[in-house]
Design a protein. Structure first.
Length: 282
């Protein structure tokens, strides 16, 4: 009995550093090597994936990098996997941003990772940079692109870009995707692109903004949306490109599993210890 009691005492009074080490290991392994633990895929994510998958090759897709550095950890993985899927499907993305650093983030963290060999700037994708003026700027851009962005992010005249020869307004977009942490956001894109020009819209959402997007999805005004980092992970699984989001979800799942197991072991130890004491008393 004393030996069992000693083991139970050790479990009950486990050095907290052991717990920290277990947690660090269980978080680090999936980040270094994503495992792709099974997760259910949301209907809204599947809808977004299916819509992009059905677009004809060569379709022009507007991608709004409506985020800054602070929103990148949640929105960046969504933008990255959307862009990867777009390139995989041989679609032609136009990058814009109503946030001053959105277009720069695209060039720093998305294009270098997601661009496929053989893709040529100006022919297969363009970055038109910053659109000033909030919704008013978006409205003007949607009506006539060169009225707001006569030059691209790099200073090249838009009329000199091969891809833009036959793209003059939002009427030429087959799809708009917006990942936003504020304004401009999905509501601005809905009013200026979807309502006025009939452009289908997909939203990459921060988790806190999803309740505001669901009604538009249910009414079919938004064709699909991804929900935060989890949505990005779901999309990575659908496209068979497990990356940062899947690794993050694996790490969170592993961490929760370790905590759950430790809670169960701790409670079993307490119950067993009480049983031992009761038996010794008799």
């Amino acid at each position: 009995m004393s030996e069992s009691k000693g083991i139970l005492d050790k479990i009950e009074n486990m050095d907290v550093r052991i717990i920290y080490i277990l947690v660090i290991i269980c978080i680090a392994i999936p980040i270094i090597r994503p495992m792709g633990l099974p997760i259910p895929i949301s209907e809204s994510t599947i809808s977004a994936y299916d819509f992009i998958n059905k677009l004809p090759e060569g379709s022009v897709v507007l991608v709004g990098f409506e985020t800054g550095a602070a929103g990148w950890p949640e929105l960046g993985p969504q933008l990255n996997i959307f862009m990867q899927h777009i390139f995989d499907r041989n679609l032609k993305p136009i990058i814009v941003s109503g946030n001053v650093d959105g277009a720069q983030l695209a060039e720093m963290y998305t294009i270098p990772k997601m661009i496929k060999p053989g893709k040529v700037y100006g022919k297969d994708w363009v970055n038109l940079g910053y659109i000033a003026g909030g919704e008013s700027g978006i409205a003007a851009f949607a009506s006539r692109i060169t009225s707001v962005t006569p030059r691209d992010y790099f200073g090249t005249p838009v009329e000199d870009l091969e891809m833009m020869k036959n793209v003059t307004s939002a009427a030429d977009f087959k799809l708009a995707i917006v990942c936003s942490w504020g304004t401009p956001g999905h509501a601005d894109y809905l009013r200026q692109y979807t309502t006025k020009f009939g452009v289908p819209l997909i939203v990459g959402a921060q988790t806190t903004t999803v309740p505001a997007i669901v009604p538009f999805y249910q009414s079919k005004q938004v064709v699909g949306y991804t929900n935060g980092l989890r949505g990005a992970g779901e999309y990575e699984i659908l496209t068979h490109h497990p990356g940062y989001a899947v690794a993050s979800l694996d790490a969170a799942s592993s961490y929760h599993l370790v905590v759950f197991v430790l809670i169960v072991i701790g409670n079993l130890a307490i119950v067993a210890k009480r049983f031992v004491k009761k038996k010794e008393g008799t």
